[in-house]
Design a protein around this ligand. Structure first.
Ligand code: NI
Length: 158
């Protein structure tokens, strides 16, 4: 039981329902941000966003977990080469975010609220097509982004 889906020539993925497995890579970045809605008063921003509305920014230690789902390649046993996945995440995402101000320095966050939710959605848009280019047997399944060890979001695309 299985299928091959042609995406963009000559890219395609091959999958079976059996042996579906999930492979993850964790990467790290530090970044500053501010949550502030300019159409609200300073008082309302403080009430809604608390310390995240601090005018002079604040930072977080973010952890990004990228999970790829698929079947092991019969030739390598890998769903995806984790060295390739790691260098892809670093070059396409981490280098653009690490030691940056999310509100000011990051092109794909321009004009968006710099929330963990919005960052994760934008990272998905970057990584999903790139992962399809480096893995015949795996596709991006989910992203988990930790803003703090206790606060994190999960995104499954869509
Ligand atoms: Ni914050």
């Amino acid at each position: 039981m299985g299928y091959c889906a042609q995406l963009i020539q000559p890219l395609y993925i091959c999958r079976t329902i059996e042996n579906m497995i999930y492979v993850s890579r964790k990467e790290h970045f530090n970044a500053a941000h501010k949550l502030y809605n300019p159409s609200w008063s300073a008082e309302k921003n403080k009430e809604v966003f608390g310390p995240c509305a601090n005018e002079n920014w604040h930072g977080h230690n973010f952890e990004l977990i990228t999970t790829v789902a698929g079947n092991p390649d019969p030739e390598t046993g890998f769903v995806i080469d984790l060295k390739k996945l790691s260098s892809l995440i670093r070059s396409e995402v981490i280098e653009k975010l690490d030691h940056k101000n999310l509100n000011l320095d990051v092109d794909f966050m321009k004009d968006k609220m710099a929330s963990t939710e919005n960052i994760t959605i934008e990272i998905w848009k970057i990584l999903e097509p790139k992962i399809a280019q480096i893995s015949k047997y795996g596709t991006l399944h989910s992203l988990r982004l930790y803003e703090t060890p206790r606060n994190f979001v999960d995104y499954f695309g869509g």
